[in-house]
Design a protein around this ligand. Sequence first.
Ligand SMILES: Cc1ncc(C[n+]2csc(CCOP(=O)(O)OP(=O)(O)O)c2C)c(N)n1
Length: 319
Amino acid sequence: MNLPDDIILSLYEKMVATRLFDLKVKELVEKGHRILYHSGIGQEAIPTGVCAHLRREDYLIPYHRGWGYMIAKGMDMGRILAELMGRVNGYCRGKSGTHMACFELGVLGKTGIVGAGLPIAVGAALSAKMRESGQIVACFFGEGASNTGAFHEALNMAAVWRLPVVFVCENNLYDMYTPYLEVTSVANIADRASAYGMPGEVVDGQDVLAVYEAARRAVARARRGDGPSLLECKTYRWYGHFAGDEHHYGGYRSVEEVEAWRARCPIRGLREYAISKGIPAEELDLIEERVRAKVEEAERFALGSPEPGPRVALEDVYA
Ligand SMILES: Cc1ncc(C[n+]2csc(CCOP(=O)(O)OP(=O)(O)O)c2C)c(N)n1
């Protein structure tokens, strides 16, 4: 694969933004701000590589880990952070926190129920097909979600109706604190695709170019009207399941295992590839500087945004 430099630089920028935004949230949590936090650091290549193929009008079903999907789909980091902090300038006026949605960009919201995004993806894809709108759906979830009934129902209906969905499993090897192999009937979640007559592919989730290429095929299939696909991206989260999970390092995960995965940083991997292709390191440094400034600006925006008063609790409700 020989991607043009502008695509490589764009993937780099999105991954760096995802990483620096996540680190900013971590810093704010450590300072005592109350933010529901599931770090996606280490997994940046997956939302970046998949969402690079989405159009503005396509649907996106994110899941609880990280914010790379939202950033890659074009959501504003300041408004994401404001929402996480419960401020009125957030995407849902501070009422949803991490479960925010942005309908203008097709982001249908995170849910706190593991696996619950998959049937929503099927519904959105059915709607797109019936309206002949040309939209597709990218649906993200962890390997733990693939053991829920919702996963199996969703894949079955998506296959029966040949719906335009790309199911993306981020297999970071642990369902909270449980090694997935202890509770899962197959070593590769992608193998489950064959039970529903759709293509399933195992992808190196630390290699953004591999994710980009696999997603290109799956998205093209969905756009052609040939139906859904399942991508399983093998990956690893660098930090705990959530802020305060201190046992992830040397507890339920060995220090050697964590360090071996950290050595396969997706951002460093792309950086080295870009430099080997002749892209100057200074250009990559400039991108980092620019993104860092945007993250600082997002923090100022969020902290400067007021908290909603009690009156707004009665707004945006049905009755
Ligand atoms: C139906 C349901 N069961 C349990 C939980 C508690 N829970 C939240 S995240 C999580 C682990 C999910 O693992 P996975 O889907 O692999 O995603 P990961 O956190 O590893 O990215 C669990 C068990 C929940 N939110 N919903």
